[in-house]
Design a protein around this ligand. Structure first.
Ligand SMILES: NC(=O)c1ccc[n+]([C@@H]2O[C@H](COP(=O)([O-])OP(=O)(O)OC[C@H]3O[C@@H](n4cnc5c(N)ncnc54)[C@H](O)[C@@H]3O)[C@@H](O)[C@H]2O)c1
Length: 361
């Protein structure tokens, strides 16, 4: 670079201008439970202008617009996302937080318009639909990031980084548990497996994604068992399970063992994400390593400890859009995570071993 006296004198002003992130015009689709949480976080970030919000329920779009106006912005409201995409000029990106069964249609519509997209998980509810979204993202001009925000959680990121750097040795087994109370009753589609893909695909998927990320490759085969034991027809019409257990086998005999249920008495077992390795064992949630040869547990260094994973994931999205970078939670990893979950569901429903080969055939 040729640095003239003039350019040297101008440099501080240039640096100041670069300090301010480029402003991005964003629209939101789906402003219910998750959408309003995403919006609250987005409104904390520099350079995100919420230009429009859309929900098929007008009162939800209005509530989102009120959140925007309280932060000094002005968002137009819509109940039809296609109209919003047609009418709102100069949009850069869309945040999608609509129910799972709408993801394929909405995501492809956004990608085909050349906009950047932050789309909630899962990618879609069938292998064919996942492939359609992934292929649209591959063809698209914009960046696509998917709502696997736990990859941005500081503790989990530090723990998985520790594994990827080889400091834990060879991964032998991942053990996950998501035990809690039942799903929130005020969101009816959560209980309809045709709309959410059942609880492996809608809920268990986050932990399965973390383990697949830690191991670095998809499983070879899976076997599972599950059903509804306590919340039978509760709420009325329920078609989703209230418990299941899955075992995935990976190359080299690595195993993922995951149990998920909704009948945990308060405070009993909770959520656990643990990776056992040749050198010891890691607790992903606490970012702690227990070496095999010592009683002393190590606290890993956790940059950004305590920061919210959703805020960090959205901040990363804005950055990825500005710099054209590939997201950590990109469409390829989301495709595999969703197939891992669909594989588990297929195994449980069909009571047989399901192979990765048949999922991707
Ligand atoms: N990443 C996470 O941790 C996380 C957590 C919760 C939910 N989610 C995901 O977020 C999404 C939304 O879940 P939720 O819990 O907010 O459900 P929700 O029902 O509370 O919100 C969905 C909203 O989308 C609206 N909607 C439905 N169809 C629409 C359409 N065609 N166009 C515009 N709006 C539409 C609904 O009226 C509703 O307000 C789901 O995909 C869910 O899996 C992700």
């Amino acid at each position: 670079m040729n640095l003239t006296r003039r350019s040297i004198l101008a440099a501080p002003a240039i640096l100041r201008a670069q300090d301010r992130p480029e402003r991005l015009r964003i629209a939101m689709i789906g402003t219910g439970n998750r959408g309003s949480f995403l919006l609250r976080n987005l409104l904390e970030l520099d350079g995100a202008e919420i230009a429009a919000v859309c929900d098929i329920l007008p009162e939800r779009a209005d509530a989102a617009a009120t959140m925007v106006s309280k932060k000094g912005g002005a968002a137009r409201t819509f109940t039809d996302y296609r109209r919003m995409l047609d009418e709102v000029r100069n949009l850069d990106a869309v945040i999608q937080a609509a129910p799972d069964f709408t993801h394929r249609e909405i995501d492809i519509a956004v990608l085909e318009r050349g906009l950047h997209l932050y789309a909630e998980k899962p990618l879609a509810l069938t292998v064919e639909d996942c492939r359609a979204v992934r292929d649209a993202a591959r063809r698209a001009k914009g960046v696509m990031q998917v709502g696997f925000q736990l990859r941005h959680d500081p503790a989990r990121a530090a723990a998985v980084g520790w594994i990827h750097e080889g400091k834990a040795g060879r991964v032998l087994q991942c053990h996950g548990m998501r035990h809690g109370g039942d799903l929130p009753r005020n969101i009816p589609w959560y209980f309809d497996k045709t709309k959410c893909g059942d609880i492996v695909v809608d809920q268990g998927i986050h932990i399965l994604d973390l383990f697949r990320w830690a191991i670095g490759k998809p499983p070879l085969r899976c076997y599972g068992d599950g059903g509804t034991s306590l919340f039978i027809d509760t709420p009325p019409g329920r078609t989703v399970m209230d418990h299941y257990s899955l075992i995935y086998e990976f190359e080299g005999g690595v195993q993922v063992n995951f149990s998920h249920h909704y009948f945990d008495p308060p405070g009993f077992t909770g959520v656990q994400e643990r990776v056992f390795s040749s050198e010891g064992a890691l607790d992903l949630i606490r970012a702690e390593f227990q070496p095999r040869q010592s009683r002393e547990r190590m606290k890993l260094e956790v940059p950004g400890a305590g920061k919210d994973s959703t805020l960090l994931s959205l901040a990363a999205f804005l950055d990825n859009v500005r710099h054209g970078r590939r997201p950590l939670n990109d469409v390829e990893s989301a495709f595999e995570a969703t197939l891992v979950a669909l594989m588990g569901t297929r195994s449980i429903y069909e009571k047989r071993v399901v192979t990765w080969q048949e999922m991707v055939a």
